[in-house]
Structure formats: structure tokens, C-alpha cells
Design a protein around this ligand. Structure first.
Ligand code: G3P
Length: 217
């Protein structure tokens, strides 16, 4: 599973990218607004910090302007993925981007039929929003399963990018159900490695090792 960070906080990104376990980044207009910085500057900095896919979302809603904005975003760096809303105008633009070799991430996906249309349009990634479905009283993980089944039935190449992740359990379940990628807030990424028995076991090993008085080096 590819693990992306859902953030525009470049300081935190630099710290976590240093683990060697961050495969890419996703952003959205809300995260850009939260950064308080010019979008193009933030995306460029992020692209310099990670080699993997970096999603940068268009603000336009009509096909012609989505194409213009997307081409400008894609020109920032070779690892930019143009993020496009799941509308017919957006999917028309996705088809053109696909024909021109520009990677796309179709976002705000909340149903399997939406995901099927995005795959038919040639999206590189589809972003089903698990947490927001849960918040809405549905089960976001059902959507991951449905998309996986449909994509496998028809051998669609579009990668499932589990998004709107709220917990490490979401990451586990998305991986169990076959999502190709997940994009996580940094706080959830940090949770993935934590377990109290690991901490306790290491403390015990180190304490027993200290008693030997030995040194490996
Ligand atoms: O950036 C895409 C998605 O992960 C955002 O989800 O619900 O945390 O705003 P949310």
C-alpha cells in the first residue's frame, strides 16, 4: 500500500518523509487555505520534499478552465498530480489530461458509480472519502470494497486512494479491502507504528541487555 500524507505543513512533511515511508502527498483547497501561503509556492516546496505523487487541486469547475489550471499545476514538477472534482466537467478534463500524459486524482468520491465513471475517464487515482461518509452515517469502508470489486471486474487501471482517513483502523481496513493507497493526516501516520506492547517489550530488552554489561560495538 502506498502511504501519502494529507497535508501542506512542509515542516511536518520533511520530518515524516525522513522515515523513508512516505510515498506521496495530497492537498486540497482547505489545506492550502490553512497553510496561509501561495498555492504554487507550497506545491513546489512539497514536490522538492517527496519524489512520489503530489496532488494539487484545481479551483475551476468548468472543463476549459480546469484544463488551463491543471496544465499550470502540472508544469510545477513532474510528480504533480492534478486533482479534479468528480463532476462531468471534471471528468471531461480528466480524459484530456489522460490523453496528454498528465496524472489525475479525481476527488470527492462518495459512490461506486462515481468511481466507475472516473475510471472510465482514465483517472490515475480515485479518492473515496471514507471519514466523511462515516460522519454522514454511512460506512465508508463499504465503498472501498465496492470500488475494488468493480475495478477488478473490469480491470480498470485507476488506483484506489483511500481518503478522508480519521484513524489507523481506517488504514488497516482499507489495506485489507485492497485500496492501492491511503492518504493520512500526519497524526494518523504517526499512530500506525505505535503499540504499547512494543514500547514495553523494548524497555524490557534494553533493561536486560544493560544487566549483561556487554557492548556490541
Ligand atoms: O484531501 C482529501 C481528503 O483526505 C480530505 O478529507 O475529510 O479530512 O477533509 P477530510
Amino acid at each position: 500500500m502506498q502511504l501519502f500524507l494529507d497535508t501542506t505543513d512542509t515542516a511536518v512533511l520533511a520530518e515524516l518523509a525522513d522515515t523513508g515511508l512516505v510515498d506521496g502527498v495530497t492537498t486540497n483547497p482547505t489545506l492550502i487555505a490553512k497553510s496561509g501561503r501561495p498555492m504554487l509556492e507550497v506545491i513546489k516546496e512539497i514536490c522538492d520534499l517527496v519524489d512520489g505523487p503530489v496532488s494539487a487541486e484545481v479551483a475551476a469547475t468548468d472543463t476549459a478552465t480546469i484544463l488551463k489550471e491543471g496544465e499550470k499545476l502540472a508544469a510545477i514538477a513532474t510528480n504533480v498530480v492534478v486533482k479534479v472534482p468528480l463532476t462531468f466537467e471534471g471528468l471531461k478534463a480528466v480524459q484530456t489530461f489522460a490523453a496528454n500524459g498528465i496524472m489525475t486524482n479525481v476527488t470527492l468520491c462518495f459512490s461506486a458509480t462515481q468511481a466507475m465513471l472516473a475510471a472510465k475517464a482514465g483517472a490515475t487515482f480515485i479518492s473515496p472519502f471514507i471519514g466523511r461518509l462515516d460522519d454522514h452515517g454511512a460506512d465508508g469502508m463499504d465503498l472501498i470494497q465496492e470500488i475494488r470489486t468493480i475495478y477488478d471486474n473490469y480491470e480498470f487501471d485507476t488506483e484506489i486512494l483511500a481518503a478522508s482517513i480519521r484513524t489507523s483502523a481506517h488504514v488497516k481496513e482499507a489495506a485489507l479491502f485492497g485500496a492501492d493507497c491511503a492518504t493520512l493526516p500526519p497524526s494518523v501516520f504517526r499512530e500506525l507504528i505505535k503499540h504499547p506492547l512494543t514500547d514495553r517489550g523494548l524497555d524490557a530488552f534494553l533493561a536486560d541487555w544493560a544487566k549483561t554489561g556487554q557492548s556490541i560495538l
